[in-house]
Design a protein around this ligand. Sequence first.
Ligand code: PLP
Length: 395
Amino acid sequence: MKMNHHYGELKASYLFVDIAHKVAAYQEAHPEKEIIRLGIGDVTQPLAKCVVTAMQDAAAEMGTKEGFHGYGPEQGYPFLKQAIQGYYAGRGTQLAEDEIFISDGAKSDLANVLGLFDVDNTVLVPDPVYPTYVDDNVTDGRKIIYGRTSQENGFLGMPDDSVKADIIYICSPNNPTGAAYTREQLKAWVDYAKKNNAVILYDAAYECFITDPALARSIFEVEGARECAIEICSFSKIAGFTGTRCGYTIVPHELEREGMNLNKLWLRRQTTKFNGVPYVVQRAAAAVFTESGMAEIQANLDYYRQNARVIADALDECGVWYCGGKNSPYIWLRCPGGMKSWEFFDWLLENCGVVGTPGVGFGECGEGYFRLTAFGDAEKTKVAAQRIKAAIQTL
Ligand code: PLP
């Protein structure tokens, strides 16, 4: 028996455990203080009413002889794939129905899609970034190169011809930096991928936050992307499905490597290793794209956008550099007073009773930076922003 020893190479992730310990210790020492959490990446607004109704109706249907659904198509029901097709077509991106695969969320597909590629491929991951990309490849034993980003390039890495990568991760709008690529910038990545015979794994989990028309909502808005990219998206942030679980992956027909068609491979993979997303969940997800669903969902997104604005305004007033917050729920700020990420965490907790996430927890290039999120309660976010402004102004 031989075990997968690559699991032993994973760096232990103490980030959120350390945060929880520090917050608990602070609360115990100061039971009278109200702590405001602006560190969470989870949504807080409830599901839209029409989503709940669709879920209830589907559940009732399942309890009838005529409406019962057993195993569904592994790649998702046509009604949901067609709704996603419409969502993309509405912004000018044409997809074939069989290029869309429904999943139980982006995190699963981000890991599962790697099964299409040999372990002897080099992976390019931006730093800082959503830590899952790194861990998924460490456990497979792939070589990882980090694309370092910084304030100078607005935390948006661009291709470097001296670097040879086979699998390229792009997360736009990025978690944790909130930075998002324009179509022109993404075109440079598409050109690089085609030149290097590489495949881009494009994580669009936060596309719904984009309002700036210069920014891409999908990699498939870029010419040539259909020959070199897979897009992974989620209902988690657009519609609060973090606990309901639904996502989708788009594998274009044109994507081929070594004579193998990736759409056909992914279909084979899904039909072999996956038995689909629950019917009730897919009905709930389809309701997101109805007229009333879209209106309700926009109201939730606007709630988070307003929170982001409140935090950004406070930082503007005290001259703190940040990116994100405009087309993203994340605000990525430079720690004031030259503080390091954890130093600022302690300072913020001590002086403001506010909890955020130290940037260094997302990669070395995050040292000296800090992530605040707009997913909190609006009133509490206002209080937190006031406290942060007042405290930073004393520095
Ligand atoms: N991708 C990014 C960049 C994320 O930040 C997250 C969750 O926070 C996910 C994917 C996971 O999405 P899902 O809930 O669909 O698994």
